[in-house]
Design a protein around this ligand. Structure first.
Ligand code: GLN
Ligand code: ZN
Length: 774
């Protein structure tokens, strides 16, 4: 350790200081260049070389941009053709046999693991921690033999070095890699991926040596899995891993980054190993600051202070960030400044948002602006805040402007919230509701329905684009949508479904559609964020108090209902999902924002009821996504999430049936909440897990109606009647028939009609068969 007086310029012996950095950067391309290149390649319209050329251009652009912006340390290996967890599996040869047997090129094997190929199902795709990014789940077994067969991190290090940028390669850490993996079906019972720690470490050790030989002075090992509650065995694995890796002599200096929360019980064991630096999330994990200050083992480390929020889009309070860094000065041997997590979850650049309100834009920082914030903080720490007084004052002024801006506060919304009573979030007793709904709806046993969307045809997409481009007037657009709704209603009648939907042709996205119609939200033009592979989303920005100026869906649902005597189900997105898939305001508790959104949805539910809609579905596919990583924070979250749903849906008569839909099949941590939201009917993903979810629900005492998905819409396959009937018979064994619904796993919008039509016919036929033997 050099004894520099300024801890910002200090560093462990022999290594350059980290200074100002970011933990990672977006990779899909500022104009989604990678998405386009991938989809062209998958469609057979470009060569492997062309794809690689795009990848290389994007990487080079990122390195140069980050260096030229003034970062002291530029992260490397943040690029991926699909997913960093998949990259790690392939790097260490953890490729299940079914993909090797397919006899594909290296690149196509990689894509087969992500997307499957004829007859070979892909790895499972699942949520990356509490974000809306998804990663692939490596499959491991006791016979998995890790070997360092790839060289992506080294090759990319060399490419950057050739351009004159000495990067800090970012690797997924060994403990998180194993905790994110699952035992393959071939694994012996009792095997857990952590059993493979030792052989995996040997491969990491070899990789570190190669990176060192290539010239890398630092490596970043990401361990986000450590911000969740971990067992003593898992903490022991952390100790083993980093004691061993830091004990290698041929290696770069090690920065271990734990983000999306606080390191908690993993902090001290990590700090006691020989790693050189620790990256901590001081935004989501702000509560961990005291623990950091009380950890003497940090005295000979660099603490990389993640003070710039990597997940939200507001400009940072730089005064507060500097104060946080100052607190750490006495704690660590050196302090560097960074983002709280990689910048994967924010769009590239807010300055390209030319149609956004200029005042709103001035309050925002996307990835590129966050880099500038980190650089500015670095200058303040290095030379003292006086040297950047002008810039700090400007940031202070925009933050003050935001705090006082009109449009953020709506006194009517505030008054309504203040006047809420507990009974506003309570409906009548379920048995009374069920009886009223039976009388109102007169449905058969095992009623059939869908989850809402029907395939989005090219004609529908073209009409939406034409409306946006001004080539189609609103009346012409309405006519086309009505024609589509009519077609979809007639089709459902003809197939024989019991509860119909209008098909959602008018919706671009289940959150954006509502954000465009609610006060308090803004949308972006180019604010794309990777969700998985080539899939991107454009989260709206929730900046102010939320209200609903006018009905949002009533005319579409009402029109659909006017076409048919069968009940048409109104279709809304729930408050928790709207928050989860938006950038939310950071100036009030999320629970308050959730209640505001809930009241706006409540207005819509009541208007649907008033328009003659007897069944309303409020989708909450993201309920589980926002679950905090640490158990002790969960109760609080689930309380406000459940309250928000109930507020949204409790304004209607007993006879109005409330449905909800959730797209996952593991309910372990949210079973109580699913019961607590008190929907009359809950539809869930279940086909792939063979109805296992029903046993979970039954064991939790869930006593209302449930629609386990019997048609896996994530696959192009059309299930036949016998197969669906078998799933239904399994369902009838787990849940009394009078509480069961028959429906697909999720919305149909990503499928085509030649798949959906026969599948729905089979679903109706299977329901008929099973109904006959009830
Ligand atoms: N109603 C939505 C649809 O059918 C639900 C989508 C979802 O669950 N993600 O598309
Ligand atoms: Zn779904």
């Amino acid at each position: 350790m050099s004894h520099n007086e300024n801890p910002f310029d200090a560093s462990p012996a022999g290594h350059p200081p980290i200074g100002a950095t970011v933990l990672g950067y977006p990779r899909i391309g500022p104009r989604r260049e990678l998405k386009r290149a991938l989809e062209r390649y998958w469609a057979g319209r470009s060569t492997e070389d062309e794809l690689h050329a795009t990848g290389r251009r994007l990487r080079e652009r990122t390195w140069l941009e980050l260096r030229d912006a003034g970062l002291d340390s530029v992260p490397g290996n943040t690029f991926s053709y699909y997913d960093q967890v998949l990259d790690t599996a392939v790097l260490f040869d953890a490729v299940p046999e079914r993909f090797r047997a397919a006899g594909l090129s290296e690149l196509d094997t990689y894509f087969a693991m992500a997307r499957g190929v004829a007859g070979v199902p892909p790895l499972e795709l699942t949520k990356w921690f509490d974000t809306n990014y998804h990663h692939l789940v490596p499959e491991l077994a006791e016979h998995t033999r890790f070997a360092l067969v790839g060289d992506k991190p080294v090759a990319e290090y060399r490419q950057a070095a050739a351009l004159g940028v000495r990067t800090r390669p970012v690797l997924l850490g060994p403990v998180s890699f194993l905790l994110l993996a699952k035992p393959s079906p071939a694994a012996r019972p009792g095997f857990t991926p952590l059993d493979l720690l030792e052989p995996l470490l040997a491969c990491y050790g070899e990789l570190l040596a190669r990176l060192r030989a290539a010239g890398a002075s630092w490596v970043q090992l990401d361990e986000p899995a450590l911000v969740a509650d971990r067992s003593p065995a898992e903490i022991a694995a952390v100790r083993t891993a980093y004691a061993w890796l830091s004990g290698r002599t041929e290696r770069p200096a090690l920065l271990v980054a734990g983000y999306y929360g606080e390191l908690g019980e993993a902090l001290d064991p990590l700090a006691r190993t020989g790693i050189e630096a620790l990256g901590v999330d001081l935004v989501a994990g702000r509560a961990g600051l005291n623990r950091l200050v009380a950890t003497p083992a940090l005295r000979d480390k660099t603490l990389v202070a993640g003070v710039v929020d990597g997940r939200n889009v507001w400009r940072t309070d730089l005064d507060a960030a500097l104060a946080t860094c100052a607190t750490l000065f006495g704690t660590a041997g050196a302090v560097a400044v960074s983002t709280s997590c990689p910048l994967l979850h924010v769009p590239y650049d807010v300055t390209v948002e030319s149609t956004m309100d200029a005042r709103l834009r001035s309050w925002l920082a996307f990835a590129r602006q966050k880099v500038d914030e980190v650089v500015l903080l670095g200058r303040a720490l290095r030379h003292g805040p006086d040297r950047v007084a002008g810039e700090l004052a400007e940031v202070r002024a925009t933050r003050q402007d935001r705090a006082g801006a009109p449009g953020l506060r709506d006194d009517r919304v505030r008054a309504r919230l203040a006047a809420l009573r507990p009974e506003d979030a309570r409906r009548g007793p379920y048995p009374r509701r069920a009886a009223a709904q039976r009388a109102a709806l007169r449905l058969p046993a095992l009623p059939t329905t869908t989850i809402g969307s029907f395939p989005q045809t090219d004609a529908v997409r073209r009409a939406r684009a034409a409306l946006r481009a001004g080539q189609l007037d609103p009346a012409g657009y309405r006519e086309r949508m009505r024609a589509e709704i009519t077609r979809v209603v007639r089709l459902q009648e003809e197939i024989g479904l019991d509860v119909l939907v209008h098909g959602e042709p008018e919706r671009n996205d289940m959150v954006q559609y509502f954000a465009e119609r609610l006060a308090g939200f803004a949308t972006t033009e180019l604010g794309w964020v990777q969700s998985y592979g080539s899939r991107c989303v454009r989260p709206p920005i929730l900046f102010g108090d939320v209200s609903r100026p006018a009905p949002m869906t009533v005319s579409w649902a009402g029109f659909a209902q006017s076409l048919t005597p069968r009940p048409v189900k109104g279709m809304l997105t729930g408050p928790v999902t709207i928050l989860a898939w938006s950038f939310v305001r950071d100036d009030q508790p999320l629970a308050t924002t959730a209640r505001q959104v809930a009241l706006a949805i409540r207005d819509e539910v009541r208007d649907l009821e008033a328009a003659g809609i007897r069944v309303v579905q409020v989708d909450e596919p993201a309920l589980r996504e926002l679950l905090p990583p640490r158990k002790r924070h969960r109760r609080d979250y689930l309380d406000w999430a459940v309250t928000a749903f109930r507020l949204a849906t409790s304004g209607v008569a007993d006879s109005t049936q409330i449905h909800t839909h959730m797209c996952y099949s593991e309910f372990g941590d949210v079973l109580d909440a699913i019961d607590g939201i008190d929907a009359d009917v809950t539809s869930v993903e279940a086909a792939r897990s063979g109805m296992a979810v029903l046993a979970d629900l039954a064991s939790a005492g869930f006593a209302r109606q449930v629609g386990p998905g019997v048609y896996d819409i994530h696959s192009p396959r059309v299930p036949d009647v016998a197969e669906i009937a078998e799933l239904l018979r399994a369902a009838v064994r787990a849940v009394p028939g009078e509480r069961l619904w028959v429906n697909p796993d999720c919305g149909l919008k990503t499928r085509s009609y030649d798949q959906v039509e026969p599948a729905l016919r089979n679903l109706v036929a299977a329901a008929g068969q099973v109904r006959a033997d009830l």
